[in-house]
Design a protein. Sequence first.
Length: 472
Amino acid sequence: MPRKSPSVVLVGRPNVGKSTLFNRMTGSRRAIVAPIAGTTRDALARPVVWRGASFHAFDTGGLFGASEDPLHELVVQQGHRAIAGADLLVFLVDGREGLVAGDERIAGELRRTGRPVVLAINKTDDRRSQKSALEFFQLGFDPVFEISAEHGTGVAELLDEIVERLAAGGWRLVSGAATDEAVPEGSTEHPAASAADAETRIAIVGRPNVGKSSLVNRLLREERVLVSDMPGTTRDAIDAPLIWHRRHFRIIDTAGMRRPGRVRTGGKVELVSVSLAKESIADADVVALVIDASSGGVDLDAAIGGEADRAGRGVVIVVNKWDLVKSQDPQFVKTFDENLRHNMRFLDYAPIIHISALTGERAGKVLETIDKVAAARRTRVATPALNKFLDEVTAANPPVSPGRHHVRIMYAAQIGVAPPSFVFFTNVATTFHFSYERFLINQLRQKFGFLGSPIRVQVRRRAKNATRGRGR
């Protein structure tokens, strides 16, 4: 069986430039970069493709050095787990600061792992750092690369060395896009070229401290992201692949989203974190909106759900911590869900699941429901079936428009999926009254499903001499 993709883990003290190098290598801005020691907490993973070879890079939190982050010990523990699973380690040091005791401690620990290590001296873009760079040769690693992650100097040579080391270690690196199933030397199996295209991207979103990271760890069945009672634990948007019943998912854990006014007081790191969370919603196929059962659906939950709805993503409402509130009263669930629906009327299409990420209760239903939503939002209705439906609906309930014109819907067609989008051609240029548009959407959903997905509707005047579309 093919092993996992080769992993290259970036390690070093806090604030030596690991996240900057990670972004440079992966060609992304997924890792938050800030001049604050301890900014990175979770181990970010992204594919890297270099000269036809592919591998995965991991950005870790800073080890040892000074950090005021109250979760620093948890960050170090996760860094050690990433190191233990590495195929190659890139040890990054700060050329401006020179060799310090923390670097020597990390060097000793990396040597004890027995894994290949490449030493990269960062920030060597001024004379002062070039002089102090000589100090790092005494660590005993060979070769040593002098780079500037910020400006890209020397990074190409570093990537060349990484690819050569992985190849020497027995990996036959797959040409083209990186996958999660790179092929080791001697294997005759190859990953499917379309694996990335077949992935369902799931963004786990919600307010701070509702249990998003706990849910991610539960779904992945590993301690992939940090979990703490302290709100704001997650900063970067952490993504990880998952295969469930032969379905390919990519789960993205995002930072907790607060009210805009409070985010502004949280500093640059939180501003970037929330921005990345919103980008993750826009990039997702399905959004799992996690809500704290003990507080129910509050206004901020509705605002976050609104982001997903406007982006046209599928939505599943995950009520976490259900073990803290569930009751023997058979009416409790009904009353809870009715109140939740009332607070989020615009998400009436989103299924609700009650779970406990802590105990695992009904957590398996999350992926099952997401899979159904992902399939539903890709559903395409045949034009004849759509127009037969239209005849039945409009005969009983003719269209209503804001104007005084008599409106007739001549025919309809589905013009897109994900989200399902329809155009209704009328005899006059108009729009539907919002209540009639909502009626049509509800009827479409009742007839054809579209579980968990918003539906988009357009109205156009039929072109002259156009014939009614019947499809094939």
